[in-house]
Design a protein around this ligand. Structure first.
Ligand SMILES: [Zn+2]
Length: 139
């Protein structure tokens, strides 16, 4: 999968909106690690069940070689959601849109990836799980 640094301009697909990258990790680059609040994980489980830019194939995780890892998610929390073939687009407070591969959820759960705080807050808000303001991301 293509590597993009967090918060770099999103250029994967042309878009009218101001979009930035989050979670496009690569085995050849270091990435921030930390504990991510459960509410953020739950928000991404909802958002990954209704992804954007669906692709035909699946990207393999470069860290553990998992192909199409799945989580239980969706609005009910009981749908099997396969990760690695689409993106989630999350609108932030200042009109910026964060574009992340759905694998971002796998990176958080299995590889201790800690996304930018503003992305976490926006995901919680967009999933309807709260304002996201009181979110604490533990380093
Ligand atoms: Zn992995």
């Amino acid at each position: 999968m293509a590597y993009f640094p967090d918060l770099s301009p999103y250029t994967y697909e042309p878009s009218e909106r101001h979009m930035v990258n989050v979670g496009w990790l690569s085995g050849r680059h270091r990435y921030p690690k930390g504990l991510v609040a459960d509410v953020v994980v739950n928000a991404l489980k909802v958002l990954c069940a209704r992804p954007e830019n669906q692709m035909r194939g699946y990207h393999q995780c470069e860290f553990c070689r998992a192909l199409a890892p799945s989580v239980l998610g969706g609005d009910s929390g009981t749908n099997e959601v396969f990760l690695g073939s689409a993106e989630v687009h999350v609108e932030g407070a200042e009109g910026v849109v964060y574009a992340a591969p759905t694998l971002v959820l796998h990176y958080i759960l299995e590889h201790q990836y800690c996304p930018p705080r503003k992305f976490c807050e926006a995901a919680v808000r967009q999933a309807g799980l709260g304002a996201g303001d009181e979110l604490t991301v533990l380093e």
